[in-house]
Design a protein around this ligand. Structure first.
Ligand SMILES: [Ca+2]
Ligand SMILES: [Ca+2]
Ligand SMILES: [Ca+2]
Ligand SMILES: [Ca+2]
Length: 351
C-alpha cells in the first residue's frame, strides 16, 4: 500500500468538553507542567508499544504528539470520562483484571492504574442510561455481559445477557455505544465470527433499554470476511449513526465496510475502503487490524484511525494511519501517524 503523506494542518487543537459541565480542577500539586492557562484538558489516543505497554498520544495541532508510556501492559483500552469530573480516564484489561488509569497526560501527569475488582476486558463505551456520564460494557471469557454505569461516586455494576450476539471464537463490540434503533437509547453493536480463515462476520444490534439494561439481540446483514474492528459514528453527516466494520487478514484482507444508519437500524453493509488492495483473497495476509473514529483536525467530522499490519507477520510492524473522512469517504488519503506499535488491536480514542 502506498501511503500518501499529507502535510499536517496547522490547526490549533481545541479541547472539546464531553459535556457542559465546568471541569473540576484537581490538586495542582499533581500537575508537573504549569501551562499558565486555566485548567487544561485535552483529548488523547491510546495505543501500545512493542512490549504491549499502553502509551498515550495527545491530540494537538491536527495530529498526535509523540506517545508517552503509561507503564501498564494491557489490552482493550477505552477512553471516557466515567466519573464526571471533566477529565478522561482509561479503562483497560491488565493481568486479567479491569483497571482504571487516572491522570491527565495533557499536563504531563503520570497516569496511575487502580484495579476495579472486575474480571472482564472493556469492549464498548457509551452512555447507556442517558445520564450524561459514560458507561462501560464488556463480557467475560464465559460470555457473561457486564455493564458498569459511570458516576461521580463510582461504578454501578450489573450483569447483562449478550450471549446471543457472541460467537465461541471472536466477538468484537463496536467501540462506541450509540443509538442505532432510533429510540434515543444507546445500543450495543457486535461483530463476531466463528473461526479463522474466511469465515463471515455476523453483525447484530443489542438494543439498549435506556436504563443500562439491554434487550433482545437483533440480527442484521453481515459481511463476507472476518472483522476485527468496528465503530459507530455519523460518517456521512445525515444525523444517523453509521457502523464502520472490517479489517482482517483473511478473505478480502484489509477490507472495510459501512452499514449506513436508517430510521430504526443499520442498512446492509457495503464496501467503504480497502487498506490492502493488493490482497483480494486468501488467508493470513497483511491487513489485520482495528479502527476507531476521532476528529483529529477539529473540523467537525471524524477521521478514521486504522491500526493494522501493513506487512503481515507478527504485530511488531503494526502501524497507525489516519484516513480523512471529509463528509463521507471518497478516496481516502492515508497519513502515517505512528509505526512500530506492538500489541495487536490496541487502540482507544475519547468517546
Ligand atoms: Ca473523569
Ligand atoms: Ca451513563
Ligand atoms: Ca437505541
Ligand atoms: Ca449517517
Amino acid at each position: 500500500m502506498t501511503l500518501l503523506l499529507l502535510a499536517a494542518c496547522a490547526i490549533d487543537y481545541v479541547n472539546t468538553p464531553l459535556d457542559d459541565e465546568t471541569p473540576v480542577p484537581r490538586d495542582s500539586a499533581e500537575e508537573t507542567i504549569d501551562t499558565g492557562e486555566p485548567t487544561t484538558r485535552c483529548d488523547f489516543v491510546v495505543t501500545s508499544d512493542p512490549a504491549g505497554v499502553l502509551q498515550a498520544s495527545v491530540l494537538a495541532s491536527g495530529g498526535l504528539e509523540s506517545p508517552v508510556s503509561l507503564g501498564v501492559e494491557a489490552t482493550h483500552p477505552v477512553i471516557a470520562d466515567v466519573d464526571a469530573d471533566g477529565y478522561l480516564e482509561v479503562l483497560a484489561w491488565s493481568a486479567d483484571r479491569l483497571v482504571q488509569l487516572d491522570g491527565d497526560p495533557c499536563v504531563g501527569e503520570t497516569m496511575g492504574a487502580s484495579t476495579l475488582g472486575r474480571a472482564f476486558p472493556p469492549q464498548a463505551v457509551g452512555d447507556l442510561d442517558g445520564d450524561g456520564v459514560a458507561d462501560v460494557l464488556g463480557w467475560t471469557d464465559a460470555g457473561q455481559g457486564v455493564v458498569g454505569l459511570g458516576s461521580s461516586s463510582g461504578f454501578t455494576w450489573f450483569n447483562v445477557d449478550v450471549a446471543d450476539a457472541l460467537s465461541s471464537y471472536i466477538s468484537n463490540a463496536a467501540y462506541r455505544m450509540e443509538d442505532v434503533t432510533g429510540d434515543g437509547h444507546a445500543d450495543l453493536v457486535v461483530a463476531s465470527y466463528d473461526g479463522y480463515a474466511s469465515d463471515p462476520t455476523r453483525l447484530s444490534i443489542v438494543p439498549g433499554n435506556g436504563d443500562g439494561t439491554l434487550g433482545i439481540m437483533i440480527p442484521m446483514a453481515g459481511v463476507d470476511e472476518p472483522s476485527n474492528g468496528a465503530d459507530l459514528w455519523d460518517v456521512d453527516g445525515d444525523g444517523r449513526v453509521d457502523l464502520v466494520v472490517g479489517l482482517d487478514d483473511d478473505g478480502d484482507a484489509g477490507q472495510v465496510y459501512v452499514a449506513w444508519g436508517t430510521a430504526d437500524g443499520l442498512d446492509e453493509p457495503e464496501e467503504l475502503l480497502d487498506i490492502q488492495p493488493s490482497y483480494e483473497s486468501g488467508t493470513n495476509n497483511a491487513g489485520q487490524g482495528t479502527l476507531r473514529a476521532v476528529d483529529l483536525d477539529d473540523d467537525g467530522d471524524h477521521d478514521l484511525l486504522i491500526l493494522h499490519r501493513p506487512n503481515g507477520g507478527d504485530f511488531q510492524s503494526t502501524e497507525l494511519v489516519r484516513l480523512e473522512m471529509n463528509g463521507g469517504f471518497g478516496s481516502p488519503s492515508a497519513e502515517l501517524m505512528q509505526s512500530q506499535l506492538g500489541a495487536k488491536l490496541t487502540l482507544a480514542v475519547p468517546r
